[in-house]
Design a protein around this ligand. Structure first.
Ligand SMILES: Nc1nc2c(ncn2[C@@H]2O[C@H](COP(=O)(O)OP(=O)(O)O)[C@@H](O)[C@H]2O)c(=O)[nH]1
Ligand SMILES: [Mg+2]
Length: 429
């Protein structure tokens, strides 16, 4: 069972309870401890963590209307995020990066992923192979460099890593981001330390990053401390998060050792790298939707449905545009409910939930208006016109008033949407 599955199962225990008491929390915590320990989170961290959960959960009652499960989920979510370190926002600027790590940790693959990452953000990139131990290190990085669209430098047969670094820097002159891959060893020994120090001196990196494999779990803490002591590291990248149930253990151990987690690797391909964000990592485990991904989905649905307020001339908005927009919103399916959630204008809920029936009614009403009325809603502030339209469309006067009032609401809401700068950013323009 992976960590996410275990956490979700533990939380489902709470959904059976109607109140949060000491007994419920104790039982829940027992399950939580099992899950975290199985994910290789250090035992003392686990106990400290569950104690904290107990304290928080019992300190206050869930806010009115919030089900116990949501309440506890939120506490666990916040606690785990805190346990797993901080979000990293990489600076997109010229820099030299030296990658370190034991044999098989994922250094060479990560070197190429990093090159791709900066390349995708408009930086020219170069990769230098300073791994003088592994027989096919040169070919491996050369191939990966091609798929990352990065320049490559290496010297076949050269055993002096510092020499390669020196020549590599000359060869990569003008490249904005230069990444140096180094030898690994089964353990951090004196030979490796001496070699790394020599490369470090010549290469003069802005960042020294330790690559750790997620499957080492809590050993990540020990390794970070050892490498930091030997050569001073700026942070770590945890690779192979895709294939290991111990990723949570590795992240929490790295964080508790004081090492910053910079990126996580989630696959063998050059695109499988992401800046570290504990919110989305924990959110994923707990089954809390990733808001960024959701926003992306809404964006494309909005585009597809053609309900972009930017596309509508609000001053010229008439009943026909109103009808088209309403139909489009309703075509968005369940995603239309998110419209309001993400703050995208408070299109009134009853309008978002218009069923087919209501839409049909609106269609009849609009077709019973004169051309002038359709273009100019203000003409309908008139009792006799309202009665005429209601009669002509086989609806009630209340239906007609309803339509007019919703029309005005939509106009207002689109106006506020158009002026909302955050939304503009979100929807790209
Ligand atoms: N599934 C998965 N495999 C990875 C990841 N990173 C590296 N690998 C694989 O792990 C193995 C060792 O990686 P490599 O980059 O050669 O490690 P190095 O010895 O530290 O340079 C290779 O087979 C990689 O394809 C990852 O994030 N996910
Ligand atoms: Mg390698």
């Amino acid at each position: 069972m992976d960590m996410g599955e275990g956490l979700r199962k533990a939380l489902s225990m709470i959904s059976r309870s109607t109140i949060i008491d000491a007994k419920t929390i104790r039982e829940f915590n027992k399950e939580l401890q099992k899950v975290l320990i199985a994910s290789d989170v250090e035992v003392d961290i686990v106990f400290k963590f569950t104690k904290e959960i107990e304290k928080k959960a019992l300190a206050s009652k869930p806010p009115a209307g919030l089900p116990p499960k949501e309440y506890i989920t939120n506490i666990v979510y916040e606690g785990l995020v805190e346990l797993m370190g901080n979000t990293y926002s990489p600076e997109i600027k010229p820099q030299r990066i030296l990658l370190l790590g034991l044999y098989g940790s994922g250094k060479t693959t990560t070197a190429a992923k990093l090159a791709r990452f900066y390349q995708n953000r408009g930086m020219s990139t170069g990769l230098i192979c300073c791994d003088v131990s592994r027989p096919a290190a040169y070919e491996q990085l050369e191939t990966l460099a091609k798929s990352a669209n990065a320049s490559f430098f290496g010297v076949k047969g050269e055993k002096d890593a510092a020499k390669i670094a020196e020549q590599g820097l000359k060869a990569m002159k003008g490249k904005q981001v230069i990444i140096c891959d180094t030898s690994g060893r089964s353990a951090l020994d004196d030979v490796l330390i001496t070699e790394l120090k020599a490369v470090n001196k010549v290469f003069a990196p802005d960042q020294k990053i330790l690559v750790l494999s997620a499957d080492i779990g809590q050993v990540a803490g020990v390794q970070s401390r050892e490498f930091d002591k030997a050569v001073k590291i700026n942070g770590v990248i945890v690779s192979k998060m895709d294939g290991s149930g111990k990723g949570g253990g590795a992240l929490s151990a790295a964080a508790s050792s004081g090492a910053k987690v910079l990126f996580i690797g989630e696959g063998e391909k050059v695109n499988d790298l992401q800046p570290y964000d504990p919110n989305s990592f924990i959110g994923g485990l707990l089954g809390i939707p990733n808001i960024a991904a959701l926003v992306g989905k809404v964006q494309s649905a909005v585009k597809e449905a053609g309900v972009q307020p930017e596309d509508v001339d609000i001053d010229k908005m008439d009943f026909e545009t109103f009808y088209t927009q309403l139909k489009a919103i309703n075509k968005m399916g369940p995603l239309k409910n998110i419209f309001g959630m993400i703050g995208a204008a408070d299109v009134p809920k009853e309008m978002i939930d218009e069923g087919e029936e209501k839409l049909k009614k609106y269609k009849y009403i609009i077709s019973s208006m004169t051309r002038e009325e359709r273009k100019d809603a203000s003409l309908l502030h008139n009792q006799s016109r309202i009665s005429r339209v209601a009669r002509g469309s086989g609806t009630s006067e209340k239906d007609v008033r309803d339509l007019i009032s919703n029309f005005n609401k939509m106009k207002k809401s689109y106006k506020s949407m158009k002026n909302n700068r955050n939304l503009k950013k979100m929807f790209g323009g």
